[in-house]
Design a protein around this ligand. Structure first.
Ligand code: SF4
Ligand code: SF4
Length: 424
């Protein structure tokens, strides 16, 4: 018999729901499926039934709880401010506690992703075989139908020829050789490390050019987003502790990352993971140091807007901004990137309708529900088309991967970039 420990932790959030159904207008999954279990109210109801001993955690219930992007559109628009993300993560944690992770997730999360060296070895192995996949366009690969687990017909980015951690230095001094104004740690994150290492070097170049010294600890790990959002809080805590330790004695003012999901995940260790008061305290301390690249350059460094210069290859282009859920709703970051894009001379900025609509990625959601991901992304694509923009700019490598896939699936001409790729 389950002790329902994880569910009891989130009961107070679940109690906030007054069943108004307002969330149904905002939930991307409900908008496609039009079924009550798809939306926050329905999920919350089922979880309450379990808490009251009226419902078992069946396999079907696991599927319902799994079918959530954790995009927080429901929470952001809920009159009761119900934190459905915490309810869903708590329910997933209870499922993991009662039923285990299953072979694939157990292997991926605990044996591979929880250990940076092992993770690097497995990704290198995958890189050795990626020549077998056809190239679709540039660095994008079109997954053949036989790789069903990743979604038939999906376009995925090629792994970088050399990973970030294999070419980085532990310390980057200021470029003018002067005493640094600030010293920051760089958190690379898996996508920057294995797919987009240039993003890491572009951020380091931007910072060191402007008097910030950057230190990159080698023993940092995956942020743990896919792991703890899937309910594996135990491995999430292992990664949190490893990352806190990696940056602990570096004497840095802040820890900066180029990935919106990583910055949000590192900040939110204190929300989703603590099991003890000591963990709560340590995760809260860690949160204070974390900054997303977009907020760091605007809010902390206070780089004057006229100091952002557009790279030559983007001159004359029209750009639009896609709000990653992990920036706009998890961190309330929306004005900073827009201010940068609007300030870039030579670039025309057009606001996208529904810019804050989830792209449909949702981490492992897109692996298990790829058809739904494509339907949700189709609305994002309509928004992009309506702008007439040549380029879509964002600040989360996860969104970039999904946007690129869907732009190609829809035979659109737009290119997708991280804001760091646009600026000098
Ligand atoms: S989660 Fe919020 S918006 Fe949805 S039914 Fe409950 S109170 Fe209403
Ligand atoms: S987090 Fe997003 S997908 Fe999940 S219930 Fe809320 S609106 Fe729907």
């Amino acid at each position: 018999m389950s002790d329902l420990k994880e569910l009891k932790k989130i009961e107070k959030f679940s109690d906030q729901c007054m069943k108004c159904g307002f969330c149904s207008f905002f939930c991307p999954v409900y908008q496609e499926e039009k079924m009550e279990p798809s939306v926050a109210r329905g999920k919350n109801y089922l979880i309450k039934q379990v808490l009251q001993g009226k419902q078992e955690f069946t396999e079907e219930m696991g599927d319902i709880i799994g079918k959530c992007l954790l995009c927080k559109r429901c929470a952001a628009n809920c009159p009761s401010k119900t934190q459905i993300d915490r309810v869903v993560v708590g329910a997933r944690a209870q499922m993991v506690k009662d039923k285990g992770l299953g072979f694939i997730k157990n292997f991926a999360f605990r044996k591979v992703m929880a250990n940076k060296k092992a993770f690097g070895r497995y990704v290198k192995l995958a890189k050795a075989f990626q020549w077998m996949l056809p190239k679709t366009e540039g660095k994008i690969r079109h997954l053949p139908d036989f790789i069903k687990a990743l979604g038939a017909g999906r376009n995925i980015p090629a792994l970088a020829p050399v990973f970030f951690h294999d070419q980085m230095k532990p310390l980057y001094k200021t470029q003018d050789g002067q005493k640094p104004k600030m010293r920051v740690g760089f958190f690379m994150g898996c996508a920057t490390d294995f797919i987009y290492p240039d993003l890491g070097f572009k951020l380091i170049d931007f910072l060191t050019k402007r008097g910030v010294e950057v230190v990159v600890p080698e023993d940092q790990n995956c942020c743990g987003a896919a792991i703890y959002f899937s309910g594996d809080l135990e491995t999430g805590r292992i990664l949190a502790d490893k990352n806190i330790k990696a940056f602990k004695d570096l004497n840095v003012d802040y820890i900066v990352t180029a990935c919106g999901t990583c910055s949000s995940t590192l900040k939110d260790y204190q929300k989703y993971l603590p099991d003890t008061e000591d963990q709560q305290k340590r995760y809260e301390e860690f949160e204070k140091k974390i900054k997303d690249s977009t907020e760091f350059v605007i809010d902390v460094m206070k780089v004057p807007l006229e100091d952002f210069k557009l790279r030559k290859e983007f001159e004359g282009k029209t750009a639009t901004w896609h709000d990653p859920c992990h920036l706009v709703r998890y961190q309330n970051i929306k004005d900073q990137p827009r201010a940068i894009l609007k300030a870039l001379k030579g670039l025309k900025y057009v606001e996208m309708p529904n810019a804050d609509l989830c792209c449909g990625m949702g981490g492992s959601f897109s692996v298990y529900h790829y058809d739904l991901t494509k339907k949700i992304a189709a609305k994002k694509m309509d928004g992009i088309k309506a702008t007439g923009a040549d380029i879509v700019v964002t600040a989360c490598p996860g969104c970039m991967i999904n946007l690129i896939d869907n732009v190609l699936q829809n035979k659109m001409t737009q290119k997708v970039y991280h804001f760091l790729e646009l600026v000098e």
